[in-house]
Write a protein that binds this ligand. Structure first.
Ligand code: 5GP
Ligand code: ZN
Length: 148
């Protein structure tokens, strides 16, 4: 397989792609590389990374972005997490951008984290409020204007 097309010499994930740092490699495609996380929160916690150095999601060319989720899907199936019921084992897909958002390694990575019980895996909590529908509508219009 081709090595990283654009890599950063000091980046640990670029080094993993090149084989300069060992990893428990899982699936590799032309655009992505996946391997087990060395500090797993659950058995099978793994990372999928683009073979392109970009710190955050918006730094990636679309073809690299487009490959990440199909790889995640294949890995979820390999982990027997493809359960077609709301009950039973589940999984979370997590991708952090920036220190305040819990990103530690500045090379885009998608976590696939099995969720089999309350104690292991991702524990999610965020503050929420009931939105003011008028304000919400105005904000949507503001964004739509930027997107069109
Ligand atoms: P972040 O908080 O940046 O989203 O997550 C970074 C993840 O990378 C962590 O879960 C951490 O355990 C994992 N990690 C950091 N360094 C290495 C490494 O050298 N090898 C592997 N396999 N995982 C790593
Ligand atoms: Zn990198």
């Amino acid at each position: 397989m081709a090595s990283a097309i654009a890599h950063e010499a000091s980046c640990i994930f670029c080094k993993i792609i090149k084989g300069d740092i060992p990893s428990f490699k899982l699936l590799e495609t032309a655009h992505s590389y996946s391997f087990l996380d060395i500090q797993p929160t659950a058995k099978g916690h793994l990372l999928i990374i683009p073979k392109y150095h970009g710190a955050k999601l918006h730094n990636l060319p679309d073809e690299y972005l487009a490959d990440l989720l199909p790889v995640a899907k294949r890995l979820a199936i390999a982990l027997n997490l493809n359960i077609d019921s709301p009950q039973g084992d589940g999984y979370n897909i997590l991708q952090n951008n920036g220190r305040i958002a819990h990103q530690v390694v500045d090379h885009v990575h998608v976590h696939l984290i099995p969720k089999r019980d309350e104690e292991t895996g991702l524990i999610v909590g965020w503050p929420s409020v009931d939105a003011d529908m008028t304000e919400l509508g105005e904000f949507a219009k503001e964004l739509q204007a930027k997107l069109n």
